[in-house]
Design a protein around this ligand. Sequence first.
Ligand code: SF4
Length: 372
Amino acid sequence: MSPKSALKAKPEPAPSKATSRPALLLAWYDRHRRRLPWRAGPGQASDPYRVWLSEIMLQQTTVKAVGPYFEKFVARWPDVTALGRASQDDVLRMWAGLGYYSRARNLYACAVAVTGEHGGVFPDTEEDLRALPGIGPYTAAAIAAIAFDRRTMPVDGNIERVVSRLFAVEEELPQAKPLIQQLAATLLADSRAGDSAQALMDLGASICTPKKPACSLCPFNEDCIAHAQGTQETFPRKAPKKSGTLRRGAAFVVTRGDELLVRTRPEKGLLGGMTEVPGSDWVAGQDDATAKRRAPELKGLSRWQRKVGVVTHVFTHFPLELVVYTAKAEARTRAPEGMRWVPTATLAGEALPNVMRKVIARALNLPPGRSS
Ligand code: SF4
């Protein structure tokens, strides 16, 4: 294959070394695999529960961030049946801080389904796995390959990067996904499918990194097209990102002695079921005066104080700016309907999303990252 060839539609016939790629990859993995809390040791069978839990947690989240959450979950709920018998509130509380909270609700729904409909045993085919809540095509393939050694290649961001460089895929993401999927499948060994997938994930995470890939250490460096061209960092090709429109709103932090006024967000929608301080809707172009009209009304409340600046947060589809107001309520002031007082000392146990942690930290003058 010429280094200049651009793969746009069908994978070209494999180059002369292609037959050895899966073997090269596995040999590299056997020497350099990452030790991860959810990963079985060499030659050991994988636990589908741990594979599933880690794959859900790792969606849009780094290995470093997931590690402590994974350990907490398996310590409290050592198998899927235990998780399926927990309460959703407890699961959301344990998940708080990890972001993308619909994953936590789906995680719980999936555990309930596996416990109730499958006798506590995960199905072992991609098709049956995809029928479970929160398990999309990628996660189904990852669980099928890693936990059940099904011959399938899950393609995550790391694998997309390695494959698009190795074959110099000129087509832009996301249109290039089917082609990358086909090319990635050529890297599967005849057996040890799960190890082939994990090897590519590890290669992408540790060697074929977005910036400055360590090509001299890569098992594919002799026939990687991007490496030969010196164009590694330009792959994968991506269509320019459209960022969402900025939304604006207000958050109201009311304290009553050592307590804080909170409410629970509606079950459906963004941050569903999570805890928040009262606030306005989050709307593009909203002015401060309109947002402030949504302040909760309590008897005997001090004047609202506006904190300097705004709290910013970036969701997947839009950035957000919140103006933070604070006020003090008198002792024994009742919470408005649908709200409740919680001691600030126990806020860490609430299912507070990161944006609310930032709001509370700003309101109470806590260091960033602390909400209690
Ligand atoms: S040779 Fe370099 S660019 Fe090619 S797959 Fe390996 S690390 Fe990535």
